[in-house]
Structure formats: structure tokens, C-alpha cells
Design a protein around this ligand. Structure first.
Ligand code: PMP
Length: 393
């Protein structure tokens, strides 16, 4: 019998309009974004290989170079979230059997270790409990011992609320002939980071945090050392989609006269990314860093005035974009979060990976980064503390 008629009817939900609530996204991301960025996403679609799109991609490249403080030619955006950039960095620079050193002080190192393991890397880890950080001596000892081709560090550890010192580590990696890979998904635009001056070989970020665009794109940059390693490999990277030989052509970075079709980039996502990078360029990086720090300090004081404790004791190690509060004794953190969502339409979140059950996370990033929003977050927290019955445990 020939297949001739549909047997599955249109689902009832699809005959209803799209419903999206208005919420305060005061967790670790995504963040609320400005009307200007939202409007950019509503512009007409153009072809991913049209000259106007190439111009927009060229602008994005310039915007990323500014945000990262790099003159690297090999600068582009991934078509995908922060994880796409994590995989792209590892897949392209590591060959199966090569040694990789991953620092783990929260969930992001755990993820990168797993990514490197899955593609056949020989993974070594440096581990601290969430909120811990590594001294340059500890890092150098591990570099000397494991002789990795790649060392991974998270700049803004959003699961722990820690901003990791970077100075000097890039030099150690050079001394030990290793590439320095840094995750700035949660910190870019919120805490100082200077790719070229700090000798970071590969840097990536995400769109949906302090950079303040919708989720779905992820800027990344490779310097000449990283390019030399990834373009002189013996084996092809395991991923076709994330192969930098193709992506560098798509972004016009390989010096060839034509860009060939590789994949269809997220056209609207690139519009919004361009707009968020434009807002950062207009505001200035230093002003953005200052704004995030000032609002974070205001929030930290308010949190302590509520009688709560900050999870990261040392002020200089606190991530300005994502603040972690130690879960107050006797409270059930899930109840507090549920209360704030129900009564304040406000998202804050619990921990992630090894910090689950340790912290509540509050993020005031980009468009959300203001003292009136900090006051709203503090009022919601105060209200939740008042109304959530203390657990019996
Ligand atoms: N690294 C860090 C530090 C992050 O905070 C996040 C997102 N929470 C990621 C990586 C992963 O990004 P995404 O969810 O966009 O894949």
C-alpha cells in the first residue's frame, strides 16, 4: 500500500500561540538582553553567503578582537553555544594520545576533561574543590610533570563564582611548550582579561552572559602558536562541523579569495551578536568592567546585610558577573529558588556539578547590571528568607 495520507494529526499545542513569560533572569545566564539586541534578531533573514553577511561577519570579527583585546587573525564565532567553542578548541588542537592538562575547580574543568577524554586525549587533572584556585607554582609543577600540549583554565568559574588570576600562566605554558586555553564564557566583559598581553593562546566566550546577546553563538580566537599546532596535525579533527580548516575559510580568515559553503550559520544569531559587540564597543571595555564590579560590590554588601554569607571569601577572587551565596543554614535552597520564581518571576539558580547544594547563584550581567536590579534581587531574597519555612534537618 502506497503511503498517501497523513495519520498523525497536527498537535493541538501547535494550534495555540507561542507563550513566553517575562522574567528577571538573575541567574548565571542567559541574561535579559536590551531591546536593541532583541530588535537586531528580528531583522529580515539574508543568505549566509551573501556579501552583506560577510560584512557582518567581518564586523563581528573586529568586535571580538576588541572584546578579547587581541589582534589574532584567527578570530570568529562558533555557530553554537559555549560548549561548541569548548569542543572546537580541544578537537582542533589535540590529537588522540596527546597529553592534556585540565584544571578543575568547578564544573567547567570537568566538562573539558570529558571532552578531551572522548576524543582520545590523555587527560591529566589538577583538582580543587569548588571555589578553590591554583597557584602558578602548582600549575608549573603539573606542566613539568605531564608535558601537556594543552592546558585548560576557567577564567570565570560560574559554578563556583570565582574569577581566576591569569597573569604569568601564559608564560609558563610557553616555557613548557604548551598551549594555554582559557574559558571566559561567564567573565568576558565583566572582569578584566587581555588575550594578547596575558599570552592566552586560545580564548572563547559565550553570547548569553555579560556579552549580553541571546544564547547560541560563541566567539573564539586562536593565536599563531595555536594555529601552528592545529594546522600541522597528522590526523583530521574528529568533528567535520568544528574543523577549523573549514571554519577559517567560512570566516574569511584563511587568505583564500572565496568562502565556500561549509554550514549555514545562525544568521539572526550573528545579527544579535554583532549588536551586543557594538554595544560593548560603544560603552568601552573598562566601563563595562567597572560597571559589573560596582554593581557586584553593591550586591555583595546587600547580601551580607541580609545576614547571608558569600561563598568566595576573598573579594578579589569573586566573579563580578555571577555571585555565589553560601546556602543559609536550615534552609532548603530549592524552596528559596521556587519561591522567588513564583512570587517575583525571578530566576536565581543553585549550584552546578560539584557546587550543587553548596550555593545559590545570582547573576547581574549586561543589560541587567544595575543597582535597581540588585535591589530587586535583594528584596526577592529577603522575601524568600522570610517566607520559606526552615527545614527540620
Ligand atoms: N563555561 C562557563 C564558564 C559557563 O558559565 C558556561 C555556561 N554556563 C559554559 C562554559 C557553557 O556554555 P553554554 O551553556 O553556552 O554551552
Amino acid at each position: 500500500r502506497a503511503a498517501s495520507s497523513v495519520t498523525i494529526p497536527p498537535p493541538a499545542c501547535m494550534l495555540q500561540p507561542l507563550e513566553v513569560p517575562t522574567r528577571y533572569l538573575f541567574g548565571p545566564g542567559p541574561s535579559n538582553v536590551s531591546p536593541r539586541v532583541l530588535a537586531a534578531g528580528g531583522r529580515p533573514i539574508i543568505g549566509h553567503l551573501h556579501p552583506e553577511m560577510y560584512q557582518i561577519m567581518n564586523d563581528i570579527k573586529k568586535g571580538i578582537q576588541y572584546a578579547f583585546q587581541t589582534s589574532n587573525n584567527m578570530t570568529l564565532s562558533m555557530s553554537g553555544s559555549g560548549h561548541t567553542a569548548m569542543e572546537c578548541a580541544v578537537f582542533n588542537t589535540v590529537e588522540p594520545g596527546e597529553s592534556v592538562l585540565v584544571s578543575i575547580n568547578g564544573v567547567w574543568g570537568e566538562r573539558v576533561a570529558e571532552i578531551a577524554e572522548r576524543m582520545g586525549g590523555k587527560v591529566h587533572t589538577l583538582v580543587k574543590s569548588p571555589g578553590g584556585h591554583f597557584t602558578n607554582e602548582e600549575i608549573e609543577k603539573a606542566l613539568a610533570k605531564h608535558k601537556p600540549v594543552l592546558f585548560f583554565l576557567t577564567h570565570g568559574e560560574s559554578s563556583a563564582g570565582l574569577v581566576h588570576p591569569i597573569d604569568g600562566i601564559g608564560d609558563l605554558c610557553r616555557k613548557h611548550n604548551c598551549l594555554f586555553l582559557v574559558d571566559s564564557v561567564a567573565s568576558l566583559g565583566a572582569a578584566p582579561l587581555l588575550m594578547d598581553q596575558q599570552n592566552i593562546d586560545i580564548l572563547y566566550t559565550g553570547s548569553q552572559k555579560a556579552l549580553n546577546a541571546p544564547p547560541g553563538t560563541a566567539p573564539i580566537s586562536f593565536n599563531d602558536r595555536a594555529c601552528h599546532k592545529m594546522f600541522n596535525r597528522k590526523t583530521k579533527p574528529v568533528s567535520y562541523l568544528l574543523d577549523m580548516t573549514h571554519l577559517s575559510n567560512y570566516w574569511g580568515n584563511d587568505g583564500k579569495p572565496a568562502r565556500d559553503y561549509h554550514h549555514t550559520g545562525p544568521v539572526s544569531g550573528f545579527f544579535t551578536l554583532r549588536e551586543s559587540l557594538a554595544i560593548l564597543a560603544e560603552k568601552g571595555l573598562e566601563n563595562s568592567w567597572r560597571q559589573h564590579k560596582e554593581v557586584a560590590e553593591y550586591l555583595w554588601k546587600g547580601i551580607e546585610d541580609l545576614g547571608l554569607k558569600l561563598f568566595i571569601k576573598d573579594k578579589d577572587l569573586r566573579l563580578p558577573s555571577v555571585t555565589t551565596i553560601a546556602i543559609p543554614e536550615g534552609y532548603n535552597w530549592r524552596e528559596l529558588l521556587t519561591y522567588m520564581m513564583k512570587h517575583h518571576q525571578m530566576e536565581m539558580t543553585g549550584g552546578l556539578g560539584p557546587s550543587i547544594g553548596m550555593v545559590i547563584r545570582v547573576g547581574l550581567m549586561g543589560y541587567n547590571c544595575s543597582k535597581p536590579n540588585a535591589d530587586k534581587a535583594l528584596a526577592a531574597l529577603a522575601d524568600a528568607l522570610k517566607h520559606c519555612p526552615k527545614s527540620k534537618a
